[in-house]
Each structure stands twice: as C-alpha cells, then as structure tokens.
Design a binder for this molecule. Structure first.
Ligand SMILES: O=C(O)C1=C[C@@H](OP(=O)(O)O)[C@@H](O)[C@H](O)C1
Ligand SMILES: C=C(OP(=O)(O)O)C(=O)O
Length: 415
C-alpha cells in the first residue's frame, strides 16, 4: 500500500490568504500550497501592501481590516482565477486605485457577473479592454453593503469573492443566487469564513438561495491547510486503474472541506474499493472498471481525471452537466475529446457533456495540453497504460503542483 502526501489545497490556500489579509491580527497558515497560483496570490497581496512572510511549511500574514496598505497598486494575477476573482473584491473594500491584469489564458476567462455586482455595490470599476474580463481597475472607497442578485452559473468563484467581501462592508451583504455551479466550493468558503469569525445565514426563497453576511470583520487565527482533493484524484484514479493498485491519502477523510474528494465515490461506482476514514482515504483496484453516467456539476475539476481513465472501463462513460469546464484554463471538454481521439478512442461531446467509448488507447501521441495543468496530470494517468504519450507543455503543472512529474513517476513505479 502506497501512502502519499499530497500538497495543500489551492482553493483553501487562496481563501486563507484572503481571510488572513482582511483579519484583525496576524494569521499563520500551516502547510500552504506552494505553486504558481498560490505564490501569485501571495505576491498579489504584497503588491497591495500586505505583509506576507513565507517560511517552508508556514506563511504568516499581517491582517489589515481597513484594506490595502497602499493607495495605488499594479497586481498581476498570472493564470489563477482565484487570484483574478478574489483580489479585486478585497481591493474594493479598501481605499485607492488598484489595477489588475492576468495572463493571456486568464484574460480569456470571464468575470463579468462579479464586476457587475461590485459596481452595483458602488465600486468604481473599469475594464481595460473587454467588458467582463481582465485587465481591470478598481477604485475603492469602502463599501456600504446591501442586497444583490447574482448568477453564478458560470463560476462559483463570483459568489465566493462577494461572500468573503461581506464582513468587510459597513452594513453587511445579502446575495441572492439565481444559479450556481461548483456548489461544494461555496461550502468551503462558508466554513473558512466562520473559522475567521464571520457570521453567515442562508435562506431558500422563490428566487434562489440568499446568503446574508453580517458586517463583523474577521479575526486572525492559525489555520492548517488540508491536502488538495483535486490533485489527489490522479493518484486515486491511477490506483483504481492498475490491477493490484492501492493508495492512501492522509489528511483527507470524512471531515474534509473539499467536495472534490467525492471523486472517489465515482471510482467506487465504477468498481473500485474505497474506504473513507476519519482522516484518510484509500482506493484499491478490484480489477474491474465499469462504465457509467455521472453528473459532475459539483466536482468538475475531476472531469478530465475521469475522462482520462474512461477508455479502460467496460462500457461507455458519460459525464454530464459540465458546461463550465469550457471556460477553465482551456475548453476542457474539447481538449479531452481531442486528446482521447489522438489516442484512437471514440468520443462524442455536446454543449455540457462528453461520452467516451471503451478502447485501448494507442501511442505514440503528443498530448495538446493547451497550457492546462489538469490535462497534463489527467493524461499522465492514461500514460500509465499507454506507451508513447508525451506532452507539448509538461511544465504547466506548476499552476497547482510543480513537482507533479517527479512525485507521480515515483508513485507509479511503486504501484
Ligand atoms: O473557488 C475555488 O477555489 C474554485 C472553484 C471552482 O471553479 P468554478 O466555480 O469556476 O467552477 C474550481 O473549478 C476551481 O478550481 C477552484
Ligand atoms: C479551474 C481551475 O482553476 P482556477 O479556476 O482556480 O484557475 C483548476 O484548478 O482546475
């Protein structure tokens, strides 16, 4: 049995950085993720005048409840949507002029519903090139708060950004959500906000769910970051795919915050033996992988992981309700289809679904990564059973897991 230590969660690290920056006092984050996204988030905070001290295994952040410590800043968000969507909300609560830009990949990704909502709250916000996209300038004068409606059907990150802003408003914030994807990420947000002292109430009404956030501010704390559940999916999938394979991931169990741990339930439905303990999860191959139809709206970052092992199932694998994977680091439905077809697999796709037929993937083939870390990490699992797979940009794993190739190769040798 291989026990593997998975680096910290990107989503939890990004939220913890925001909450720590907004809190009264100094916060220590234990086991934060060191990757391009989270380093980019920390750099963004520094550009906004926050003191962030990074030691191996612990980051210390001096909170500034009044907002950024500078009157003007240029913030480069790299490829990270958490950085690109959360930091403008943090800046909006402060006083000053803050310019944000992002990589070409992130500039293509939308954030219009969030910037519209910020404007409705009285924030002066200008888009530099294209409405609803980076680059943008936020002019903060503090936020009174109020009530608004939000369509988070494209990304839950819009809602997370507004919820985290709530305690920093003068009067509190009520957000009524008319549509929502990736809902478990909102649960992470609420749990973490509460750990930093926030008070949130929820009520379901005819127009949608309303989240009401009290104007409490945040309190600093010491916060341990749990391992990344989306990253774990590659190791769980590899174990399920390999006859005799087994893996245990410590630190992710029944109390885990991240919905993406639910990927193991998909593997269980396919025939893998799955045990979720209090503080660890184990996946063992049974030698069987069944086809299935699965709705992945809640856990769509693991859609490429499932697509990558799908050809080895004994029947078609149909993944539904994942339209928003078309606006991630790349169009992931098209990228999965393109690469599986290059390996000789029959694939059908629609606006929000993909269906993969059983077959034996055959190389040689160079995977077109489109600069997407998840396409690389997913097809690295396919490559365990497919000689001749290479990647046009293997290094893009730096977004969430810079050491992926070394760690995964060592893991695969021991499977
Ligand atoms: O809030 C977060 O940390 C995230 C939310 C999800 O995005 P969407 O809500 O855009 O689906 C997920 O795909 C992303 O990797 C991280
Ligand atoms: C979609 C992702 O990232 P983000 O939206 O945070 O850039 C991801 O990590 O798969």
């Amino acid at each position: 049995m291989t026990v593997i230590d998975i680096p910290g969660s990107k989503s939890v690290t990004a939220r913890a950085l925001f909450l720590a920056a907004a809190a009264e006092g100094t916060t220590t984050l234990l086991r934060p993720l060191r990757s391009d996204d989270t380093e980019g988030f920390a750099e963004g905070l520094k550009a906004l005048g926050y003191a962030v001290r990074q030691e191996p295994g612990a980051w210390h952040i001096e909170g500034r409840p009044a907002g950024p410590g500078v009157a003007e800043a240029d913030v480069y968000c790299r490829d990270g949507a958490t950085t690109a969507r959360f930091l403008p909300a943090l800046a909006a609560a402060g006083h000053g002029t803050f310019r944000f830009d992002a990589s070409p990949q992130m500039r293509r990704r939308p954030l219009g519903p969030l910037t519209t909502a910020l404007r409705e709250l009285g924030v002066e916000l200008a888009h530099g090139e294209r409405e609803g996209h980076h680059p943008l300038t936020v002019t903060g004068r503090g936020i009174k708060g109020g009530a608004l409606r939000l369509d988070a059907g494209q990304s839950s990150q819009y809602l997370t950004a507004l919820l985290m802003l709530g305690p920093l408003t003068a009067d509190g914030l009520a957000v009524t959500v008319t549509d929502l994807v990736s809902e478990p990420y909102v649960e992470i947000t609420l749990a973490m906000m509460r750990a930093f002292g926030a008070e949130i109430a929820r009520e379901d009404g005819p127009e949608g769910r309303t989240y009401t956030v009290a104007p409490t501010g945040y309190r600093a704390t010491t916060y341990a970051i749990e391992p990344d559940a989306s990253t774990s999916s590659y190791f769980f999938a590899a174990a399920a795919l390999t006859p005799g394979g087994a893996v245990t991931v410590p630190g992710l169990g029944t109390g885990a915050l991240q919905g993406d741990l639910g990927f193991v339930d998909v593997l269980r439905r396919m025939g893998a033996d799955v045990t979720i303990g209090a503080d660890r999860t184990t996946v063992r191959s049974t030698g069987t992988l069944r086809g299935l139809t699965v709705n992945m709206r809640d856990i769509s970052d693991t859609m490429p992981t499932l697509a990558a092992i799908a050809p080895f199932a004994d029947g078609p694998v149909r993944i539904e309700d994942v339209a928003n994977t078309r606006v991630k680091e790349c169009d992931r439905l098209d990228a999965c289809a393109e690469n599986l077809r290059a390996l000789g697999i029959t694939v059908d796709t629609g606006p929000d679904w993909i269906e993969i037929h059983p077959g034996t993937p055959a190389g040689p083939a160079e995977i077109a990564t489109h600069g997407d870390h998840r396409i690389v990490m997913s097809f690295a699992v396919t490559a365990l059973r497919t000689p001749g797979v290479t990647f046009d940009d293997p290094g893009c794993v730096r977004k969430t897991f810079p050491d992926f190739h070394t760690v995964f190769e060592a893991f695969a040798r021991g499977l």
